[in-house]
Design a protein around this ligand. Structure first.
Ligand code: HEM
Ligand code: HEM
Length: 190
């Protein structure tokens, strides 16, 4: 089995078919957004640049950004419908039992598996929040800029700063996801 097939199979052990497709699309597109943002030319001007040439990456970022808006809405909706709000935000009901037990396992250098209302699910809930914040700030910047608002450029800086949230999430959640994958892959190969 090649690596991508194995990752796809591994995700299927945790996720329903609909969540798996949305999750893979979103993770690829978010990483693409971060990478292409390095080649975007700052749009300080209040006039809208052409789609071609210098601003090609900016327009790619905007188009992917709009796609992410719809995909993320679908992911959040599906996750909450399939697993329930309590799965991702148990602390809102004062339920921190599983989170505490997972943290204790981490302190003992054991890797807790993902359980409902546990640490992994709680972090995923916060990740959905981070994703929403970054996307809403990007859209806010875009519409202010299209409308020619004088403070549009500040909205751009705010959007840029907020992307740190999703980057931290990818390192934490993505990193632990990869560790789980490697452990499973080694066992599966035996
Ligand atoms: C998770 C999704 C997103 C990520 C990770 C992301 C990341 C970034 C980053 C890192 C920058 C700063 C680029 C720089 O100057 O160094 C940026 C700028 C920008 N983002 Fe996003 N963004 C996302 C979603 C969106 C969305 C939904 C929109 C709106 C359609 C958007 C529109 C923009 C625009 C227009 C800029 C400024 C472009 C420029 O002035 O050159 N982004 N984004
Ligand atoms: C922006 C990027 C990402 C977002 C928004 C995101 C979001 C989520 C969400 C909401 C879930 C829960 C789905 C469910 O309950 O069925 C999840 C599960 C999972 N994610 Fe991500 N994820 C991202 C990136 C990654 C990356 C880079 C990896 C690394 C391989 C990864 C690995 C996993 C795994 C293994 C699960 C299943 C674990 C479980 O159900 O507890 N994710 N992700």
């Amino acid at each position: 089995m090649n690596l991508f097939k194995s990752i796809w199979f591994f995700l299927g052990k945790y996720q329903t078919p609909k969540i798996r497709v949305l999750h893979v699309l979103i993770l690829v597109l978010v990483i693409t957004q971060i990478i292409i943002s390095n080649w975007m030319v700052g749009t300080q001007s209040s006039t809208i640049p052409s789609i071609s040439g210098e601003y090609i990456f900016t327009w790619m970022h905007i188009l992917i950004g709009f796609s992410l808006f719809f995909l993320s809405f679908a992911l959040i909706w599906t996750c909450l419908k399939e697993k329930g709000v309590k799965h991702f935000y148990p602390y809102l009901w004062g339920d921190v039992k599983q989170i505490k037990s997972d943290i204790n396992q981490l302190i003992e250098f054991k890797l807790p598996d993902s359980t409902p209302a546990g640490l992994a699910a709680t972090v995923q809930g916060l990740g959905l929040g981070a994703l929403s914040i970054v996307i809403i700030s990007g859209l806010t910047w875009f519409f202010l800029w299209i409308l020619g608002a004088s403070f549009a450029y500040d909205a751009r800086s705010i959007h840029k700063s907020l992307t740190i949230l999703i980057e931290i999430y990818i390192y934490g959640h993505g990193g632990l996801g990869l560790i789980h994958f490697v452990i499973w892959y080694k066992k599966a190969k035996k």
